[in-house]
Design a protein. Structure first.
Ligand SMILES: [Fe+2]
Length: 339
């Protein structure tokens, strides 16, 4: 069974967002998915939600969506009712959970956002009841706007563990604990406008770059913050084994890259757009590169899909990457002068 996850469309926020989302829909449908899942954040401007609904109505496939923080900002989600929209459904033997974590917040000087994320007691109880009685062999796909396991606050210079977090969710561990009795589980998230994949125990945590990239700042050429193309994730669930495999795709050919050079403050990295701790990155003449330690103080403002090169390294190199699903990709990289 194949489905597609896309997130953070941010319609009407800048030029070309509607044209871009049209291209994205066409590209997503070319993979012949049975279901589409949207991770939230439709866009703040008036009309964004309506425009989205009209565009989605033409698709002719089920499209499920979880609320993002922008659904509070744009007024389409009644702040009083935030958190009441968790739901689940079954499709082709897979159990899908849409977990509604965003809540309204009265902004203060310390907390200028009008939202935060939590899996509160009500969410946890609902989830416990929803999962009760399901066999451990049933593949589980859980979607929430904000990632349930993430180094993003740390990497972006925030203090992890905020009382009212804006880049993580309170009680996220309790959610993951509940999911961990299932053999095949993946969680899908947006919000961060980056690709970041790792495992929490055996659970695949798949944070996915935005359709809007860097909020359409440069129209149809607005890659995400760590070079990820504007794109979406195609996910396959094996009907016999329940195994979950997936891959990130660009929706425009000119952004379709999987491996690129990256330089930050004199440091050089192989940027594997949808890499993660399980990807094997090998550089000819240098050897295997390690994934970046996302909790390292020296790695702030960097990506979990950067693989650091040693200082003494020629500017031209051949790279081979073996992704988690066994697929291999080769590339020749040329580093221009560092920034
Ligand atoms: Fe968001």
């Amino acid at each position: 069974m194949r489905f597609v996850f896309f997130t953070d469309v941010h319609l009407l926020e800048r030029e070309d967002s509607v044209k871009g989302f049209e291209l994205c829909i066409e590209s997503m449908l070319s993979h012949e998915p049975e279901v589409l899942i949207n991770g939230g954040d439709l866009g703040v401007p008036e009309g964004a939600t309506q425009t989205y609904k009209e565009m989605i109505a033409r698709i002719g496939l089920p499209v499920h969506m979880v609320n993002g923080n922008h659904e509070i900002c744009n007024g389409s989600l009644d702040p009083e009712r935030a958190g009441e929209f968790s739901n689940s459904f079954d499709h082709a033997g897979v159990h899908f959970v849409m977990l509604d974590l965003v809540r309204a917040f009265e902004p203060t000087e310390e907390h200028p956002w009008n939202w935060y994320f939590t899996a509160d007691e009500k969410n946890l109880k609902w989830l416990e009841e929803d999962l009760a009685g399901l066999d451990a062999d049933v593949p589980i796909i859980l979607t929430s706007h904000v990632p349930l396991s993430t180094s993003f606050p740390q990497r972006m210079g925030q203090v992890p563990g905020m009382e009212f977090p804006v880049n993580e969710a309170t009680n996220a561990k309790e959610v993951l604990e509940m999911l961990s009795r299932f053999r095949n589980v993946a969680t899908l998230h947006g919000h961060d406008h980056e690709n970041s994949r790792h495992r929490w125990r055996h659970i695949q945590i798949l944070t996915t770059g935005a359709v809007a990239g860097n909020w359409w700042r440069n129209g149809l050429d607005s890659p995400n913050q760590f070079g990820e193309p504007q794109g979406y994730r195609v996910i396959d669930v094996d009907s016999r084994s329940g195994e979950i495999t997936n891959r990130y795709h660009a929706f425009q050919p000119h952004q379709d890259i999987e491996i690129a050079p990256a330089t930050r403050e004199g440091r050089r990295f192989v940027n594997v757009i949808d890499g993660g701790s399980a990807a094997v990155v090998h550089v000819e003449g240098v050897g295997r590169l390690s994934a970046l330690d996302p909790w390292g103080q020296e790695n702030k403002r960097l990506s979990t899909h950067y693989y650091e090169l040693p200082e003494e390294c020629p500017p031209e190199m051949d790279v081979e990457v073996e992704f988690e699903d066994g697929r291999t990709v080769e590339a020749s990289l040329l580093f221009e002068d560092s920034d």
